[in-house]
Design a protein around this ligand. Structure first.
Ligand code: ZN
Length: 197
């Protein structure tokens, strides 16, 4: 089942999500909900989704960055973004336990802020721990684009949206992003970032 994706202004996106118990994780209801989250993420060709975005105020994120999504992005862009395919990950009650001190700046979007992008500073690498859908402990050392996705999705559980931390002068429509910046790794982008700080 494809779930409706809540948009900025829907109250749930500004409510802190709650932790799930082991018995809740094992329940048919939560297991089905996880399946629906994955179906919805794929239907929207997104790379990450948090439960509040689809109307449930609980701490579940799903992440997947498919080969297929990378094929039209120039290799040099993928290289600077450190973007590589990420197999499906379901992380329940995720906690970022470690985070690098450096910031890296790239454009990102959000399924809940449909049609826009902005440059958002994110740590280059993070360690995230949580539970998989069976309740087993999982831990991932994420870097590059994977780390960005994790930070974005965990923010959703803490009722934060990228517009809270973006370089606001870089906020733009998807159309303009694609027209001006989608294929840019140049010094032009660095200059733009410096001007926008
Ligand atoms: Zn989002």
């Amino acid at each position: 089942m494809i779930l409706k994706v809540e948009q900025a202004g829907d109250a749930i996106l500004r409510q802190t999500a709650r932790t799930l118990t082991q018995s809740e994780i094992n329940s048919k209801q939560v297991q089905e909900f996880i399946d629906y989250m994955v179906e919805t993420l794929r239907d929207y060709t997104g790379v990450g989704l948090a439960a509040p975005q689809v109307g449930s105020n609980v701490r579940i994120i799903v992440v997947e960055d498919k080969d297929d999504y990378l094929k039209d992005i120039p290799a040099n862009v993928l290289a600077v973004q450190k973007r590589r395919p990420v197999a499906l990950k379901i992380i329940i009650n995720p906690v970022i336990t470690d985070s690098s001190n450096d910031d890296v700046l790239f454009f990102e979007g959000c399924l809940s802020i449909d049609g826009f992008r902005a440059i958002v500073p994110r740590a280059t690498s993070v360690t995230v721990t949580g539970l998989d859908r069976y309740g087993n402990t999982v831990s991932y050392d994420a870097d590059g684009w994977f780390a960005r996705i994790i930070q974005h999705e965990v923010d959703h559980l803490n009722c934060a949206l990228y517009v809270d931390t973006m370089l606001s002068k870089t906020f733009m429509t998807d159309t303009n992003f694609k027209k001006h910046w989608a294929k840019s790794t140049s010094s032009k982008l660095s200059e733009y970032i410096e001007e926008s700080r």
